[in-house]
Ligand binder design. Structure first.
Ligand code: HEM
Length: 495
């Protein structure tokens, strides 16, 4: 046990049991943001829990998060370890990597192609896939998850690997499904959280499900990491590689004489991170958007009116319209505030002992920004639990409220490197869906309206559980527009 060098108390928290600490009252990942928010009324903005001897500090105010993650960013740039994620093959995944030289190398590789000025390079892919998205809604009006998953995954697959997704059976799409499944499956608590020694248990041992899980998933994850880059390397030799993040990086390495097995692995894991990190987050955001429109018909109508007024009904909106569509911007921001896709961002680890307002944060503590508390802060957002896009319109029309980008995308050195791309992926889908489609509550056989219940479940990210919904073209003309745009897209694929 490490000696405390300071007499300061830990941040307060609920009463704990001997040895196991707060284990018995620890909420699950889906409910933790709300539960901790309610505890903060008793224990304050900065609380702490003890889990089997490990300290977890929870930050429930913007002031505390900004002070620690932004102003003292270097002390909190590390991540806690996630033993099961690491064992299934993600030990070098950027989002989980400890802060250090190797982390900085991979972060640079991933960050450069997604900086703000590079965002326009990917917009043609988003516009093209948005046409497929609308068309897929037309084909199956009751399906929400499928078309959105395909949209977000297809964009990231083309950006990362230069591969255009043309069917729901696509190999890369299946790998994206597997990524999500393992992200959720390996996110469950396991005996490995207590000690790595439990990996040695025989698989039949009670509670040793993780042993079977690693055996089954690890080869699949390692294949998903390595295979796409090996294929593109061969395509470069054959002269058949399409432009992509991977082909560009491979070309650079070949030109500089640096294509070693280590560098190829680094590139593979970075590309895998783009592929995994980039699709589920935007997918969840857009599914949440559909849920918000379903439950707020009046807001949906106002968004459609703005689009009709600014863009008209004769064409699809594109990125050049964005500055003229302030209400669409507000709907998108409010979706991200009302239910952030990462309600606990990604936890950090304290690199050294620290002190905050007379409280002791020990080196090695897991430190979590509870974004839920930040977005429910009535000092920043009036009537914070309601979905009100107007809050972001300037006064006197709206409330002139501001959503800091960090509430969605994090802070400082570990801020989301895909934020500009994500912003575009979500915006063009929101604008085109509202321009052409109506999102409605479905009717039962007897003609009564089915009232959906919107509930969320979470692992690293949070998404709505499936809900009943009907998505239909706003008019025959809108349906025609969608078909034309889709046909044009398919013609470009064939040529
Ligand atoms: C709406 C979509 C998205 C949201 C809400 C989101 C949110 C976040 C958040 C909250 C973090 C943790 C930041 C922190 O610790 O302070 C993060 C990290 C990360 N995101 Fe995103 N993200 C989105 C889209 C994307 C996309 C499109 C990519 C792919 C290019 C991406 C790649 C990553 C990576 C690689 C990290 C780890 C960064 C690190 O640890 O250094 N994200 N994201």
């Amino acid at each position: 046990v490490r000696r405390r060098r300071t007499p300061l108390p830990y941040p307060p928290g609920p009463p704990a049991d001997p040895l196991i600490g707060h284990l018995r009252i620890m909420p699950d990942t889906s409910t933790a943001p709300e539960v901790w928010h309610s505890w903060s009324r008793t224990y304050g903005d900065v609380m702490s829990l003890s889990l089997l001897g490990k300290r977890v500090v929870i930050l429930n105010s913007e002031e505390a998060v900004t002070e620690l993650f932004e102003k003292r960013g270097s002390k909190y740039a590390d991540r806690p370890s996630y033993p099961l994620y690491e064992r299934v093959g993600w030990k070098d995944a950027l989002i989980l990597l400890p802060y250090g030289t190797y982390y900085r190398k991979l972060r640079k590789m991933l960050q450069l192609p997604f900086e703000k000025d590079k965002a326009p390079n990917y917009r043609h892919i988003q516009e093209q896939e948005a046409c497929v998205l609308l068309h897929n809604f037309l084909r199956d009006p009751s399906s929400v998850e499928g078309p959105i998953h395909r949209y977000t995954a297809a964009i990231i697959i083309e950006i990362a690997f230069g591969h255009r997704v043309l069917s729901d059976d696509d190999e890369h799409l299946k790998a994206a499904d597997m990524f999500v499944e393992v992200q959720h499956g390996a996110g469950r608590p396991s005996l490995l959280d207590v000690s790595p020694i439990f990996e040695k248990l025989p698989s039949w041992f009670p509670g040793a499900w993780h042993v079977r899980y690693i055996k089954e998933k690890r080869p699949m994850i390692l294949h998903a990491i390595q295979h796409p880059v090996s294929v593109i390397r061969q395509q470069l030799v054959d002269g058949t590689a399409n432009p992509s993040f991977v082909s560009q990086q491979l070309n650079d390495l070949i030109r500089e004489g640096g294509l070693t097995p280590e560098n190829q692995y680094d590139l593979s894991i970075v590309a895998h991170m783009i592929f995994g990190g980039g699709s589920e987050t935007t997918w969840n955001t857009l599914t949440t958007f559909i849920a918000c429109m379903l439950m707020n018909a009046e807001i949906q109508r106002k968004g459609q009116e703005e689009l009709d007024r600014v863009v008209g009904r004769g064409r699809l909106p594109d990125f050049t319209d964005r500055d003229s569509l302030p209400y669409i911007e507000c709907i998108m921001k409010e979706t991200m505030r009302w239910h952030p896709v990462a309600p606990l961002a990604m936890p950090r680890r304290a690199i050294e002992d620290d002190e905050y307002h007379g409280m002791y944060i020990p080196k090695g503590a897991m430190v979590i920004a509870n974004i839920r508390s930040l977005t429910w802060d009535e000092r920043r957002f009036h009537d914070a639990r309601s979905f009100k896009p107007e809050r972001f319109l300037p006064k006197p029309e709206g409330a002139g409220e501001v959503l800091p980008p960090s509430f969605a995308f994090g802070w400082s050195r570990r801020i989301c490197p895909g934020r500009y791309l994500a912003d575009d992926v979500v915006w063009i889908a929101v604008a085109r869906i509202l321009a052409t489609l109506d999102i409605r509550k479905p009717k039962a056989a007897d003609g009564s309206i089915i009232e959906p219940r919107i509930e969320f479940e979470a692992a690293l990210t949070s998404h709505p559980k499936p809900f009943p919904c009907e998505i239909r073209p706003r008019s025959d003309k809108a349906a025609e527009l969608i078909k034309q745009a889709y046909d044009m897209h398919m013609a470009s694929v064939e040529t």
